[in-house]
Design a protein around this ligand. Sequence first.
Ligand code: MN3
Length: 250
Amino acid sequence: MSDSSRREFLGAAALVGASAVLQGSVGAGVGTAAAVALSTVFPGAVDAAGAYQLPPLSYPGESLAPVIDAATMALHHDKHHLGYVNGLKAAEAALAEARTSGKFDLIEHHLAKAAFHGAGHFLHCVFWDSIGPAGQGGTPEGELRSDLDKEFGSLDSFLAQFSAACNTVEGSGWGILGYSVAARKLVVLQSRNHQLQSQWGILPILCNDVWEHAYYLTYQNRRGDYVKAFPQVIDWKRVSHRYALIKSKV
Ligand code: MN3
């Protein structure tokens, strides 16, 4: 993929903030440097050669129970997320073909597909890297701890805002703790579906998937119960590490 088409895709996926991190590395094509840069923000999103991949989980799927049951983890990761990876690859291939044909209605169609599957792929990469074995996630560390205190007053106050975002997003969507590259501060926001983000220039640090497939087997329609239990599976060590890494680069 060329430099310009990759930037165009990132914009289409409403993840334009990532370009601040990626600039300077994607010019050489999709190589190791680009893969490393992309994986800083979206862990495991691409393999060493830069191809989109389903990132392997770094913990047993059953270790998040009872907050997230094993069957939900397996279906969510192995089926739902894989669908986004395959959908993104297919959309990009179709988009390249449509561009050479100059059929603008087709380009628009496949851009929408790329936005949907691409945003789904990238946010799920952050999601898997935000969670871990139940009750073992510790507390925010280092710069993340001090910045959460600065922006929200306390960890409890942040969690209250984050949970409210997760509970009130309409339909399917996400609650996201993000880093605003321009404002240089942490923000809580919502994203409906994947691609309808309420703010641009934000790099996701921690996110919770509140599509029904993320919790329905255990919680059925009780999204609030899932959201309330979710902090028990946040892996603060990994989230804090990613935040420090991102902040050092943008
Ligand atoms: Mn999902």
